[in-house]
Design a protein around this ligand. Structure first.
Ligand SMILES: *Cc1c(COP(=O)(O)O)cnc(C)c1O
Length: 222
């Protein structure tokens, strides 16, 4: 079933779109199954779980950290992740800069934006974006590669609204010059809404359920 899902999606999307297989809660075996089909970009949202998988799986995997990142856990990611999608504060930026500098590494980051202004969600408010970007300009060990959001649950029209707001921010940042900032990736779209996201300019989608099937949190976390 995983192989049918994977090939179906690969056929539906352009070669210019990065497909991240979101492997959180999945067993090593399931991840290996997709790996064997050619997938090399995987997404995890918990540091501990990521480290375990990182150590058991092939080293040519590009790991995406897509969950909320606590400052005290940054040190575990240095040198192991390809892209962190969840930069959401200056405080976190300072810790990333410090830990990556210690190991003489450069962190590739996306700024996560709380585009729906949801209280329960992480991500920076649009109003705080400018200050965060200014703080990025004086760093030496980070590169901002784009922006990311998870949008509020809603109908197609509401999805379109939030995706296009993100696209506007992306395009604006693309035309302005900031040191350490280049807009390469617009990380938008999950299993239920990735087609709408792609229609609205996304070039990086994060899919879990549509590849691996529905997640069963009780089974894996209990
Ligand atoms: C879990 C998760 C996904 C994937 O969600 P699906 O609905 O399973 O496709 C994408 N992005 C983030 C940030 C996630 O936490």
């Amino acid at each position: 079933m995983i192989n049918e899902n994977y090939y179906k999606i690969k056929n539906e999307i352009s070669q210019y779109v990065t497909l991240i297989c979101v492997s959180k809660t999945r067993q090593i075996q399931e991840i290996e199954e997709v790996y064997k089909l050619g997938a090399r970009e995987f997404g995890e949202n918990k540091v501990q779980e990521f480290i375990e998988k990182y150590e058991s799986l092939p080293k040519d995997i590009k790991w995406h950290f897509i969950g909320h990142l606590q400052t005290n856990k940054v040190k575990y990611l240095v040198g192991k992740v390809h892209l962190i999608h969840s930069l959401d504060s200056i405080h976190l930026l300072r810790e990333i800069e410090k830990r990556y500098a210690q190991k003489d590494e450069v962190a590739n980051l996306l700024i996560q934006i709380n585009i729906g202004k949801e209280e329960a969600k992480t991500g920076i408010a649009i109003e705080e974006l400018e200050d965060l970007i200014k703080a990025c300009e004086v760093c030496n060990n980070i590169k901002i590669k784009g922006i990311m959001a998870t949008i509020p649950i809603g109908n197609e029209e509401s999805c379109r609204k939030y995706f296009s707001k993100m696209k506007l921010i992306f395009d604006n940042l693309k035309t302005s010059e900031h040191k350490n900032v280049s807009m390469e990736f617009l990380s938008l779209g999950m299993s239920k809404d990735f087609k709408i996201a792609l229609e609205n300019g996304s070039n990086m989608i994060r899919l879990g359920a549509s590849i691996f099937g529905e997640r069963n949190y009780k089974k894996t976390e209990g």
